[in-house]
Each structure stands twice: as structure tokens, then as C-alpha cells.
Design a protein around this ligand. Structure first.
Ligand code: MN
Length: 397
């Protein structure tokens, strides 16, 4: 990991930034960091003569190689223990110096899971809903004294032994890291830092910067700047990770969206179908037609057709009107089935046909009476014949 370089990258669900600086006092930067999602880590080496640098780099490299692909507490713990053994064995291979060591604060993030492995006094903080909370407990003499009630945090900040740590990678082959498993939420901001930040800045100052910097890289940069402005007595290293959202939640939401879309389309189709049926039913029910049945005109409600074999009409009424008594044009149309605007119109037509026929008969009678005596006589004769025929049975009695 190159020193003093800012690194940013974007992966689904998180974004992050980082920065490390040697500070104003030290000759070397013995801090190391890594940002290879889902793994993020800060290590603060010690040992003098560049050995601290070797210890922190070796630890970070071991972690990069052996950390699990997903947050797995036991696998991460094994990777940290392997780093510890590597640092312990390295001097025998000519790498670094006896007694070198390092802190390690390593985080793995996946979905809403945050896994942390902790050794020493580097720290993990979480800004959650604007409130900064320290997630890790320092393995330091100061923390032991504070917890024993012997000194206050303010006194610890300026205590001459403030750098003494009680657990480190590279000092004990049986060392085990503290493991923290937490749930995180979208909008949370994770900070990993070496003590070069947390000894130079109060938690309130860290919180203020973390609240008010929009991007994680800007936040990392501003935190280091603030530590340098406060004195920069130590190497200062920060990693900032923004939890933007959860991939699986997004997928679920997208699935829900597509489900909703499908349901919407189905509802639209069902509505359209029902409306279509209703409209069709209304149309059919409001339609009517006249058609010849057994020589007379019948009125049907509906349309003279069928749908999949189902007739779309029902008999409304029959009449005494003989189709042959109607005008030839009308008669022909009625023989084939004559659509009309509705039952009311059908009834008006029937009424008008009846009137036409009555008028026609009256006119026929009126025309025949004055114009042709023969015809009249013939009619009379016919009637007389019928009368006589009717009377024949009476005669027989
Ligand atoms: Mn330090």
C-alpha cells in the first residue's frame, strides 16, 4: 500500500475514501491501511528503525491475502492470527526486527453486516444518525486505567504512557483479536483510524467533521488535515466508508417494483376486460333488431349474431305483421334481420308498420270502391260465395 496517497473507489452499496500522513514530528509513517471491499483496515506499527512500518505492512498484506471473501468472524479471526504469526516469525527470516509489532483494526462490510477485528489502540467509530460512537475498545494501558476509575479520559489524553498498548500483533503467539459484529444502516459512516487521529482530536471534533463532509474521501482528507493542524505529533491514518444502501435490499425493492408493475398490468387488463364486457353487454342490451319468423315480424333485443356459439339476443316480442305486407325494401331487410337503434325504436317501427298496413288496406278499399264496379261486384260475389259456403252446413241440418 503506497503511503500518503488518497484512495477512492465505488462499489455497490458503499463508497469510501482514505488518507494517511506521516505527521509533523515523525520521520517515518509506520501506519498502513487497505481498502479492498469488503475489507477495510488500519494498522499502526511500532518497533523503531522502520520495523513498525514492516510490521504494519506485513499485517495488512497477510490480511489482504487471507481475509474471507465475505464477513465471516472465525475466518477473519484466523487471518488476524496468521498475520500475528507472520510478524512474529519475520525477523528470523531477516524481515524487520525482533519486538516489532502493530495494531490492527479491520472491518468487513456486507449488506447490513459489519464485522470488526480489533488489536491495540487504533479505533473504529460509527456515525449513525449524526451521532458518533466508538465501536472498539482500546487495548491500552490508558483504557485499563480509565475503566479502573484511576484516571479520566481527559487525563489519559496527555498521560506520558498514553501510547502503551496491552495487546499487539507481534508480541504473543497466542494473541486473539477482539471480534465485533454489528448491524449497520444506510446512511451510516464508518471510520477506522490510528491513534494519530484520536489523540489529536476530541470525539466531538471528529463527529463534526464526519457530519459535515459530503464525500467519504473529503471526510478522510479533512480529518487528517484537522489532526495535522492540531499538532500532527503522530502518523495519522483514516479510512472512511459510507453505507449508501444494500444491494440485496435494492434487488428486493426492484423485485417488488416489477411485481407491482405486473400486478398493475394484470389489474389494467382485468379492468379493461370487465369494462369491455360491460360495454359490450350494454351495447348488446341496448341494441335491437327485427327479423321474420314464420312469416311475421319479431322483435329481438340484442344483435343478430353469436359469440362463441352463444346467441347475443333474446326474443322481445312477436307481432301479427306479415312481412309480405311491408314495403318490399323493408321486407327484404327484415327477412335478413334489420338492426335498429334499440327496443324503443323497434316498437316505434312496429307501430308505424301497423299503421302503414292499416292505411294501405283502407286506401285499397277506397281505391277499389269508386273505380271498378266489376271488381267490387267480384268482391261481393266472393263474399257471397263464402257466405253460402258457410251456410251450407246449416242447410244440411
Ligand atoms: Mn500511532
Amino acid at each position: 500500500m503506497p503511503k500518503n496517497t488518497a484512495q477512492t473507489n465505488n462499489t455497490p452499496g458503499i463508497s469510501f475514501g482514505s488518507r494517511t500522513d506521516v505527521g509533523h514530528v515523525r520521520d517515518h509513517n509506520e501506519d498502513s491501511l487497505t481498502v479492498v471491499p469488503p475489507l477495510f483496515a488500519v494498522a499502526d506499527g511500532m518497533g523503531g528503525h522502520e520495523a513498525g512500518e514492516v510490521a504494519s505492512e506485513l499485517t495488512i498484506k497477510t490480511l489482504e491475502q487471507l481475509a474471507p471473501a465475505h464477513p465471516d468472524a472465525q475466518a477473519l479471526e484466523r487471518a488476524v492470527e496468521a498475520a500475528n504469526l507472520n510478524v512474529l516469525q519475520a525477523p528470523s527470516q531477516g524481515i524487520g526486527r525482533e519486538g516489532m509489532g502493530t495494531t490492527l483494526t479491520a472491518a468487513m462490510i456486507e449488506g447490513e453486516r459489519l464485522l470488526i477485528a480489533q488489536v491495540g489502540d487504533s479505533r473504529a467509530y460509527l456515525l449513525h444518525q449524526g451521532e458518533l460512537q466508538q465501536l472498539t475498545r482500546d487495548h491500552s494501558l490508558m483504557m485499563d486505567l480509565i475503566e479502573a476509575g484511576q484516571i479520566t479520559p481527559e487525563e489519559a489524553r496527555v498521560h506520558p504512557n498514553r501510547s502503551v498498548i496491552t495487546r499487539a500483533i507481534g508480541s504473543d503467539p497466542h494473541m486473539k483479536p477482539d471480534i465485533y459484529e454489528l448491524n449497520i444502516s444506510a446512511g451510516d459512516r464508518l471510520l477506522l483510524c490510528s491513534d494519530g487521529l484520536s489523540t489529536m482530536l476530541e470525539d466531538d471534533e471528529i463527529q463534526t467533521i464526519m457530519r459535515h463532509t459530503p464525500s467519504p474521501q473529503q471526510c478522510a482528507s479533512d480529518l487528517v488535515d484537522a489532526a495535522l493542524q492540531a499538532g500532527g505529533y503522530d502518523n495519522v491514518t483514516v479510512v472512511v466508508v459510507d453505507i449508501e444502501g444494500f444491494k440485496h435490499n435494492k434487488v428486493v425493492k426492484e423485485r417488488r417494483k416489477s411485481h407491482a408493475l405486473v400486478i398493475g398490468i394484470v389489474i389494467a387488463f382485468v379492468l379493461a376486460f370487465v369494462l369491455g364486457i360491460f360495454a359490450g353487454y350494454q351495447y348488446v342490451n341496448n341494441s335491437a333488431y327485427l327479423i321474420e319468423e314464420n312469416g311475421t315480424v319479431s322483435v329481438y333485443r340484442g344483435i343478430n349474431d353469436n359469440l362463441f356459439g352463444i346467441p347475443l339476443s333474446s326474443l322481445e316480442r312477436t307481432t301479427d305483421i306479415a312481412v309480405d305486407d311491408l314495403q318490399p325494401g323493408v321486407a327484404n331487410r327484415i327477412k335478413e334481420g334489420m338492426s335498429v337503434g334499440g327496443i324503443d325504436e323497434a316498437n316505434r317501427l312496429i307501430e308505424s308498420y301497423e299503421q302503414d298496413i292499416t292505411r294501405q288496406n283502407t286506401e285499397d278499399l277506397a281505391q277499389n270502391a269508386p273505380n271498378s264496379a266489376d271488381a267490387n261486384d267480384h268482391d261481393n260475389a266472393s263474399q257471397a260465395d263464402r257466405s253460402s259456403a258457410d251456410e251450407k252446413p246449416a242447410d244440411g241440418d
